[in-house]
Design a binder for this molecule. Structure first.
Ligand code: ASP
Length: 462
């Protein structure tokens, strides 16, 4: 009897087998099954929408604590000088790649000419929208109430607070006043603990992700249907071709900075797929963070570049805005002047700064670009009908761009990239002796997640 029981316990349970099955395969199977279910059941499949919404909520629930904890810990582990340098480089990199993406989107659309000859249904209607003034975007970066900013999910405002708190913590850590430095050590342990806590929760959420992926993709396919998609196939093809070119641009950039491209995509595939189905770069942050850890990028870099990228770096969205504006012009038989094209590009790049990485944000940016170019709004309603399909691709592109940028920026900063399979012990910012540099707590913080098997352990070790 006892022997029989013993044999039974050696059989891995169904749950254990589920956990041991590589995550990426679970996600791929869920994606394929979801597409099939959407095609078979059509709009009726919406009944399972809550399962997908639960997945998005689980991710969103982690975003604000993740940004707050990782950024305070990340900033406190490097000097303000290093953070300033990383910030400057990151912003420049993101602006340049987004402007480039915009050129790809407009260029491809001018070449392929989607929308020409398409009839506009007479009931097509869309509202105008204007980009918020840059001054307003800048003012909103500084929160008047940090709890309000956290509650409303304002990424840039929360980042601002976390940056300030991280710098203050670094200053306290480095203080010669023993009372201050000992309090700083306690705060630091709390913040590091917060990071690990969030990481462990992400690990759990990822085990739910196949169900979320299945439900989300099934609902999009079921609701969009082929009727809406077919007349807009050229626009869809143009946007996806632009995204493919942009991904090749990342391959080129990664190769230029001597990053192992295959390894990069091996680690990036989970956030790419998550972004594809959730259509939210903000919501994908917990998954991208894990990928950055597995790529060996230190917290001092990714805690800043990833949330910033989720809000300001939208290469896929730029391709879409460029291509869809040309589509709108074609449908209405308007020839776009160079000034209009430049206006569209400028609005697209600037609007991406103030627009959060949430589903459908690109559609709002499109209305801003169309309004700024003085084009009729009606064709935007056509695009809105298939926005979910386009949003999936552009969000995947956005997240890949954030991760590629993060990997490249880390490469350009001394000590910010470690061998992910063999992380060294030591501070985040070895070149530095300024506040926060080389203190005892940094040594504790940086390698924890990179060296100790946290999320990636149960996830997909391929
Ligand atoms: N959904 C996209 C994102 O989260 C933004 C967009 O709608 O283009 O990055």
């Amino acid at each position: 009897m006892a022997q029989q029981k013993n044999e039974q316990t050696h059989q891995p349970s169904l749950w254990r087998r589920y956990l041991d099955f590589p995550l990426i395969w679970k996600l791929t199977i869920a994606l394929v099954l979801g597409i099939v279910a959407g095609l078979i059941f059509g709009p009726d499949i919406s009944i399972i929408e809550p399962l997908g919404q639960i997945f998005i909520n689980l991710l969103m629930m982690l975003v604000m604590p993740l940004i707050l904890f990782t950024l305070v810990a990340g900033v406190a582990s490097v000097s303000p000088k290093t953070i300033g340098r990383i910030g400057g480089k990151t912003l420049l990199y993101y602006m340049v790649t987004t402007a480039f993406a915009m050129v790809i989107g407009i260029g491809l659309a001018l070449l392929i000419s989607p929308g020409t000859g398409l009839d506009l249904p007479s009931d097509a209607e869309a509202d105008e929208a204007e980009a918020p003034p840059l001054a307003e975007v800048l003012v909103d970066i500084v929160p008047d109430n940090i709890f309000g900013a956290l509650a409303e999910g304002q990424v840039l405002a929360v980042m601002f607070f976390a940056l300030v708190a991280g710098v203050a913590l670094a200053y306290m850590q480095d203080s010669s006043d023993e009372r201050l430095s000992s309090i700083a050590a306690d705060i630091r342990r709390f913040v590091d603990g917060g990071v690990e806590l969030v990481f462990i929760i992400i690990r759990g959420v990822l085990q739910y992700s196949p169900i979320g992926v299945f439900a989300l993709i099934a609902v999009v396919v079921g609701e969009t249907g082929t009727d809406a998609l077919l007349p807009l196939l050229t626009l869809t093809g143009t946007v996806y071709a632009g995204i493919a070119i942009q991904i090749l641009v990342y391959v080129g950039l990664l190769a230029l900075f001597r990053a192992p491209v295959v390894r990069f995509f091996r680690e990036a595939k989970e956030p790419m797929l998550t972004a594809f189905v959730t259509r939210s770069s903000g919501g994908t942050l917990p998954v991208s963070t894990q990928a950055a850890e597995r790529l060996g990028v230190r917290r001092g870099v990714y805690s800043f570049t990833l949330p910033l990228g989720a809000t300001v770096n939208m290469d896929g969205t730029a391709i879409y805005v460029g291509a869809a504006t040309v589509f709108v012009a074609n449908v209405t038989g308007t020839e776009l002047s160079l000034t209009q094209l430049v206006t569209v590009a400028a609005v697209g790049v600037l609007a991406s700064i103030g627009t959060a990485g949430v589903p459908g944000a690109g559609l709002i940016m499109l209305t801003m670009a169309v309004t700024a170019a003085g084009l009729p709004m009606a064709p935007v309603a056509l695009v809105a009908g298939i926005d979910a399909i386009l949003d999936m691709g552009r969000t995947m592109n956005n997240v890949t761009g954030d991760l590629a940028g993060t990997r490249i920026i880390a490469k350009t900063e001394p000590g910010m990239l470690v061998d992910p399979d063999n992380p060294p012990e030591g501070p985040d910012d070895p070149e530095d002796t300024a506040p926060g540099g080389g203190q005892e707590p940094q040594g504790e913080q940086a390698p924890t997640s990179a060296s100790e098997p946290t999320v990636d352990d149960d996830v997909d070790r391929t």
